[in-house]
Design a protein around this ligand. Structure first.
Ligand SMILES: Cc1ncc(COP(=O)(O)O)c(C=O)c1O
Length: 442
């Protein structure tokens, strides 16, 4: 399977775009570096946002069921005030003793199992995974990496080498092995799903060894989001992790997508599986769009790296990013974000299920909390993917000012991934709008 082609837009081919937007796109295509893309549909120029809403230049309100980066809400007042206050006072780095940095680390680590008691703060999810794998290599002396078949973990050279979603143009490392994501339909029972995943890890380790690579790490998105969103059943991961540990490797949980309560029933996706990873990486929602990311470690895997290699990141962990990230944790406490995600996620899932249950083109609805996937197929029996119908639904929703996206190797899983700020009224609006486009599923 190859990557979907980049969504480049030729403004001259988009006649209904306002002149101003066509001009911006033309100039953008001239000056921006290689590879930039727009999100799924015709671009809209947003000029403000609040909660799960984006407002365009003409004042039209769009419901954002796509961006989990501004998790606690676009332009959240508490986060904005914290950042404004901080930038007007001091913005220094981790080479200086800032109490706020220590307090933040203590607060964030308190949301993890006690074993994960050390925190580093880079700037992006890619950097977090880069550091995690670097530490895993240092600790284990191994080079081998296991990821899922359509995994995405970021875009540094190192991390791209184990991000197969980037497609054929972005080569995988010779030390990387792929396993199939936990799609329960591949197995007859939950027990056999566990065996299937364990067996795949074992085979990957054997193959790495055969080619001279000892295992460094299994790195897995705890909701397998780029593989198509696989959140149920839970519980099979311990068997995979046991294999990894037996081979001397580490388990890195990538929580860039699944963390910060996006899955509703827990702050971290790995908790749903009852495992305690060796390293956890975080990004996106951690700073509500401010460039900060995190890596939580078990000290026994990170301490020697710290003593012999050291770590510094000029922009990571500065006062300003800590102010943003601390404000996000405040909002989690003040607004009972997790409780809200559980309730609104359940209503959304039930509503979407009702709307699509009888469609010959929907094979499955998957997901947890506010991370849902609707698999669009040509035929429910063969489950042959239908990415075109999937794209048409996204476009139709966008025309009705609701933003969602798609995922999976074939690009046929509608991805409904609103910020955790999503309210009950937002759920109703999404369901009403989805009902209007459901004719595409009859
Ligand atoms: C699971 C996962 N890991 C890592 C990353 C990389 O994060 P960033 O774009 O902040 O480097 C992403 C980005 O989408 C992601 O989805």
């Amino acid at each position: 399977m190859t990557a979907r082609p980049p969504k480049r837009i030729d403004p001259s081919g988009v006649s209904d775009l306002p002149d101003r937007l066509q001009e911006i796109i033309r100039r953008r295509n001239t000056v921006l570096g290689p590879g930039y893309q727009f999100s799924e549909t015709i671009p809209v120029e947003f000029v403000s946002g609040f909660g799960a809403h984006l407002v365009d230049r003409e004042g039209n309100d769009y419901l954002d069921a796509f961006n989990n980066v501004q998790g606690v809400g676009h332009s959240h007042r508490h986060v904005a005030d914290a950042v404004s206050r901080q930038i007007a006072s001091i913005n220094t780095d981790t080479r200086y003793p800032q109490e706020a940095l220590v307090v933040y680390a203590e607060r964030l680590l308190a949301t993890f199992p006690a074993e994960l008691s050390k925190l580093s703060l880079p700037c992006t999810g890619s950097e977090a995974n880069d550091l995690a794998v670097r530490v895993a290599r240092f600790h284990t002396g191994g080079e081998g990496i296991i990821v899922t078949r359509w995994a995405f973990h970021g875009r540094t050279r190192e991390v791209a080498s184990f991000s197969p979603m980037l497609g054929a143009g972005s080569p995988l490392g010779p030390n990387v092995r792929l396993i199939t994501a936990p799609d329960p339909r591949l197995c007859a029972s939950e027990q056999s799903l566990e065996n299937y995943m364990r067996e795949q890890v074992r085979t990957a380790i054997n193959d790495l060894n055969r080619h001279g690579y000892r295992l460094a790490a299994l790195i897995a998105d705890s909701a397998f989001t780029s593989d198509g969103i696989f959140t149920h059943p839970v519980g099979f991961m311990q068997a995979m992790v046991d294999e990894v540990h037996a081979a001397g490797g580490l388990h890195i949980a990538d929580e860039v997508q699944s963390g910060f309560a996006q899955l509703g029933d827990s702050m971290w996706g790995f908790s749903r599986h009852g495992v305690v990873p060796d390293i956890v990486t975080m990004g996106k929602a951690i700073g509500n769009g401010f460039p900060i990311s995190g890596v939580a470690f078990r000290p026994e895997v990170s301490d020697e790296f710290g003593q012999k290699v050291s770590y510094f990141n000029t922009l990571g962990g500065r006062s300003l990013s800590v102010a943003a990230a601390s404000a996000v944790l405040d909002v989690f406490e003040q607004e009972n974000v997790r409780g809200r995600v559980v309730v609104n996620g359940a209503t959304l899932l039930a509503g979407l299920d009702t709307l699509t249950r009888n469609s010959p083109y929907v094979s499955e609805i998957r997901g947890s909390g506010l991370y849902l996937g609707i698999e669009i197929v040509k035929n429910r029996e063969t489950i042959e993917p239908d990415p075109i119908r999937c794209e048409n639904i996204i476009k139709d929703l966008r025309d009705r000012r609701v933003l969602i996206s798609r995922t999976g190797p074939a690009g046929n899983v509608l991805k409904v991934r609103p910020p955790v700020a999503f309210t009950a009224a937002d759920v109703s609006r999404l369901l009403e709008t989805f009902a209007a486009v459901a004719k595409l599923l009859l």
